[in-house]
Design a protein around this ligand. Sequence first.
Ligand code: GLU
Ligand code: MG
Length: 458
Amino acid sequence: MVSAPDDRARIADRLEADGIDLVRFLWVDHNSITRGKAVSRHALASRMESGIGLARTRQASALSDLGVPVAGFDAVGEVRLVPDPASYVRLPHAPGSAAMLCDLRTPEGEPWEACPRTFLKQALAAAAGFDVVAAFEPEFTLCAGPPTPGRLGLFDDSLCFDNEGFDAANTYAVRLVRALRGEGLDVETYHPEFAHGQHELTLRHAPAVRAADQYVWQRAITRGLARDMGLWATFAPVPHPGLRGNGNHAHLSLWSPAAQDGEAVNLFADAADPLGLSGLARHFIGGLLDHLPGLTALTCASANSYRRLQPGMWAGAFGAWGPDNREAAIRIPSRLSGDEAGSTNIEVKICDSTANPYLALGALIHAGLDGIRRRLDPGEPLREDPNALSDDALRRRGVTPLPRSLEEAVEALERDDFLMSALGPVRGALYTAIKRADIRDAKDMGSAAEHHTHAVRY
Ligand code: GLU
Ligand code: MG
């Protein structure tokens, strides 16, 4: 990615140097499908300013690609895909092509009420006084080739963290790391995960919009490179029956904006606290817990998500928070020695790659800020494995049930006035209508086709 935040002239220079002929203007839709249009290198300069036209109704697409009937989203009306130069990357798996992520704007150049990236920016504006730092932690399933109905040919049958698994996927993994680093994406860790064929690669945390952009590029390059090598990578929550799920945990912390001569301070860290957490972090957790059921519709955003969000899957299926508790929706990761303050963060485990990263992050920020405003107390952290506790004991500890289907999640979202008002009337109506169409389609197609569709689309 381009390091200077707004440098159009440098993009033009880079296109020449990078041998780029097509530049994709991309956005991420309500179902977290990355879509866009492209301009040729020669037309780029003018289009950077004006954007590319897009029918409004494209933002009303269900996973089937059919538009849902929502007032104002029909055959009439346009918006503009306006690229953010700071998000520029080459697409290493698609020689000659580069891409930028876009805000959706009105033809007059105003932010559009159904733009997900704008939603995240608005959440950051609501967080005035704090810098929000974030990271996503996506897992994916590597396959030997594209899935066919009923069949997902896993690339490897290695065990969790298995050294043989590193060897099996080494050529792909090293090419992936090089490709990501070549685009300025700061790879931190990689390992074979719990399920056969499951892998995980993490990027370093970053300011929130950049973190979401980085995740979009990570997913695009991971999938594109696999396709280029005759393989297939899917980030679907559960791409085949019986597999452990692919999560996309969201990590968050609030920092004080760096003063000109001073260092930024992680306001979630408090060295004197046994968990290393400040009061601010606890209120933020309180807000997340308070809105957890409704948030789930935005973070576990597909019918397929709820095959993953089950007890015993380490997906955080219990409405609780706890230190290094992998069954709690909110885990407090133990801090890294040498960087205790910097590494203090909140991990939201109830998130997967069918969630639009801008909507998910924006909603988590709104919910956390609500907790800060209302000074909510998250209660005692859950230190035990909730699977070992009776229903009574879970209740006594304040562990709340989470939605068990997308339908339940959408109902919880619609009941959550705070989240619905944060989304705004247009986005809220669109989002819930799209999810209801997806719920109907998933029921009609049956479970085998649902797994396959998600393995293909994500
Ligand atoms: N695969 C688990 C999930 O669905 C996460 C396992 C882990 O990394 O803790 O979230
Ligand atoms: Mg993992």
